[in-house]
Design a protein around this ligand. Structure first.
Ligand code: HEM
Length: 410
């Protein structure tokens, strides 16, 4: 147990409302790197804040379960309140909330759609999309870049991957914000509005499921709708869970990486100058973008046996939460960890997680970041952010609702 008098509540969404609390995590890493966080509405959890401990927990999928029946991958118990925390018992189990061996089989279904061989093809269309979106952004005046670039780019890419019409992007945007927005009154206005969202999403999912079962294609929706585990077809409700996983995983994250990185370039114009002078830096810099942004704040596991990690005894059944935002600023791994440095070499960040559940979309995400900033580097001399962006009220997604910025033309 902790002996420090410093007792932040890392679950409290208010902690993330005004800023990313890097100072709070830095102090925990120094004083109580494995920190017991009591919960008002639960039994409490161990917070892992050091890079090495997080990697160790992720590596031991046999000891640290992501399975729905043990609570799942969210800080709340999915088996009590559903995948989105809205009591949505009809949503099935996404594969992120599974353990091996079933988890491993699901990954094999999805991986081909995101394999490097397919990304080359997708990259051309991402380039076209970035160019089309950029054409509509007025230069030299203040614009909110979120609805103009950060939000549509990953959602248009996801629409392609799922074989959906591109006009759907805005609907997908509102749906996914509602799915991850359990603590934000703007995203979860009432139980009734969430029920309406879920009902609309179910109707959409059913139509998609039936269409892809009848006529499968190479898209991810077809792969998920036609998946079989040990010869048994995946039920519709698990298809819904997996669809939510891909839609949230592919968009909330890439969107916020884009926004946070533009913000970081506004605050570090020398780093933008470096990219403009040497665009080849973009081959490796997306890793630094994701490290510095940490769009996913944490993931949760449940200990399946008594074990010691980072010098702390963890009991079987304990909830553990890995704070990626903290591991990504761990001074033991990253020199001048708070510094945004596009020349940082071999960035071993954990923004995509690590181990068994490491992000399946990491290459796609990095490619979109690379393509977007490559084009911006040709046309934009400087980013000037005005005012403070409004943030998600969330302990899960490090999100910006808007980012008012002037793109100063080159
Ligand atoms: C910058 C962008 C992204 C970030 C920061 C991110 C972050 C993450 C993290 C932290 C995990 C680990 C989960 C865990 O440890 O339990 C994860 C898993 C996952 N991500 Fe991403 N992600 C990004 C982009 C994408 C994209 C573009 C897609 C799909 C198109 C995607 C789909 C998924 C899926 C399906 C999983 C579950 C993998 C599993 O459980 O085996 N992500 N992501």
């Amino acid at each position: 147990m902790t002996t420090s008098s410093f007792l932040p509540d890392l679950k409290d969404p208010d902690l993330y409302q005004d800023r990313a609390p890097h100072d709070v995590f830095a102090r925990l890493r120094r004083e109580t790197p494995v920190y017991w966080n009591p919960e008002v509405d639960g039994s409490g959890f161990w917070a892992f804040t050091r890079h090495a401990d997080i990697v160790e927990v992720s590596r031991r999928a046999d000891l640290f379960s992501s399975a729905f029946e043990n609570g799942g991958h969210r800080i709340f118990n999915e088996n009590e309140v559903g995948l989105t925390g809205a009591g949505d018992s009809a949503v099935g189990i996404p594969f992120i909330s599974r353990d091996p061996p079933i988890h491993t089989r699901y990954r094999k279904f999805v991986m081909p759609a995101l394999a490097p061989g397919r990304l080359g093809d997708i990259e051309q269309r991402v380039e076209q999309r970035v160019a089309a979106l950029f054409d509509r952004i007025p230069l030299g005046e203040s614009v909110d870049i979120v609805p103009l670039l950060s939000a549509p780019l990953p959602l248009l890419t996801l629409a392609e991957l799922l074989g959906l019409p591109s006009e759907m992007w805005l609907k997908l945007y509102h749906w996914t914000n509602a799915f991850v927005g359990e603590d934000d009154p703007e995203f979860r206005q009432s139980a009734e509005s969430m029920a309406q969202t879920m009902s609309a999403f179910f109707a959409f999912s059913k139509e998609l499921f039936d269409a892809r079962r009848a006529e499968p294609g190479p898209d991810i929706a077809s792969l998920l709708a036609n998946a079989e585990i040990d010869g048994v077809p995946v039920p519709f409700n698990d298809f819904v869970g997996n669809l939510i996983l891909v839609l949230v995983g592919g968009n909330e994250t890439t969107r916020n990486s884009l926004s946070h990185t533009i913000h970081a370039f506004s605050e570090n114009p020398d780093q933008w100058d470096a990219i403009r002078l040497e665009p080849d830096l973009l081959k490796s810099a997306p890793a630094e973008f994701v490290r510095h942004a940490s769009p996913v704040l944490h993931m949760r596991r449940t200990a399946m046996a008594d074990v010691e990690i980072g010098g702390q005894a963890i009991a079987r059944g304990d909830k553990v939460v890995m704070w990626y935002i903290s591991g990504n600023r761990d001074e033991a791994v990253f020199e001048n960890a708070d510094r945004f440095d596009v020349r940082r070499r071999a960035v071993q960040h954990i923004g995509f997680g690590s181990g068994q559940h490491v992000c399946v979309g990491s290459r796609l995400a990095e490619m979109q970041l690379r393509v977007a900033f490559r084009l911006l580097a040709r046309h934009v001399r400087r980013f000037e952010v005005e005012g403070k962006p409004r943030r998600f009220r969330s302990n899960f997604i490090n999100g910006l609702k808007n980012l008012d910025v002037t793109l100063v033309p080159a």
